[in-house]
Design a protein around this ligand. Structure first.
Ligand SMILES: C[S@@+](CC[C@H](N)C(=O)[O-])C[C@H]1O[C@@H](n2cnc3c(N)ncnc32)[C@H](O)[C@@H]1O
Length: 278
């Protein structure tokens, strides 16, 4: 059981004794994760807070445990169809395309984008930046290796997004998945091919700090299934960061259950699955 006071003490300890500030995360899901961390580590709230104050490695481990890293290859195939058939065609004549995956988790979103870019002949001229607060997931993204048994659905998603065109059922691209990844059922592994693994620039980055430490502007910013964990104020500041760092014709892509509400909604215009800068 974590009382409101325990929760506030946890937020305060984290904020005052580390570089992290989770005080503007949405309370409900953060509390749930906190309870899980306490149970997994068999710690009372006071022992946990004490450890947070005195053990920097423990703080890092806690950050990794309280953030939610669920993701998949071509998550929400209809969004990837829109990216392929509505969003990317507008960028075809660019000499360079800059893309930022903010909150990239273990990299499946980044690989999905690179596969589509490659199918469209755009991968070479695209710079891909991928960031997350959690360095463990970044290491996994770089490795580009996933369990086969838990992720058989990746193959269905690949077929849906890469082989089919929902806007023209007569079109069918017979692209073998081996062009992009290999499957070793015995080793229970799906491994991304090297040309994809070596492409992105990965960096640790905390969206709460509201800075662009990549020092470039972007044509597309992905921030999918991340702001759902933030409260309204933090969401607004992150939208401001994105708005300032998109090119005038750039767009932001959020998760299926995320929207821009309040004053920032006038700074973007929603077209299909993308929010274009106004
Ligand atoms: C649910 S995953 C989303 C992964 C991917 N974008 C997708 O939609 O499939 C959320 C990711 O956001 C990251 N995250 C949470 N808070 C963050 C912050 N303040 N700054 C950067 N990343 C953060 C988590 O570590 C996690 O990897």
């Amino acid at each position: 059981m974590v009382t409101d006071q325990d929760f506030q003490l946890f937020l305060y300890a984290l904020k005052t004794s580390s570089k992290y500030d989770f005080s503007e995360y949405s309370e409900k899901s953060l509390k749930r994760r906190l309870i899980k961390v306490l149970t997994d580590n068999k710690l009372t709230v006071s022992a946990f807070i004490n450890k947070l104050k005195n053990d920097a490695d423990f703080v890092e481990r806690t950050i990794k445990e309280i953030t939610v890293n669920t993701t998949e290859l071509f998550r929400d195939p209809q969004v990837w169809h829109a990216i392929r058939y509505a969003i990317l065609p507008k960028l075809k004549s660019n000499s360079v395309i800059n893309i930022w995956h903010a909150g990239c988790s273990t990299g499946q979103e980044v690989y999905s984008m690179m596969i589509i870019l490659n199918e469209m002949g755009l991968l070479e001229k695209t710079k891909i930046y991928a960031t997350d607060i959690n360095t463990d997931v970044i290491d996994q993204a770089k490795k580009g290796e996933y369990k086969y048994r838990f992720n058989i659905g990746y193959l269905d998603n690949f077929d849906k997004v890469i082989k089919e065109n929902p806007y023209n059922y007569e079109e069918y691209y017979d692209v073998p998945y081996e062009k992009y990844f290999s499957i070793d059922k015995g080793a229970d592994s799906i491994k991304m091919n090297n040309f994809l693994r070596e492409k992105p620039i990965y960096k640790k980055h905390d969206l709460v700090k509201e800075t662009n430490t990549l020092y470039v502007k972007f044509d597309i910013i992905f921030c999918r299934n991340v702001i759902i964990y933030f409260n309204y104020n933090l969401q607004s500041r992150v939208f401001d960061l994105f708005q300032r760092n998109l090119y005038d014709s750039g767009c932001l892509i959020l998760g299926m259950h995320e929207t821009i509400l309040g004053s920032y909604s006038v700074k973007f215009q929603k077209k299909g699955h993308a929010y274009y800068k106004n």
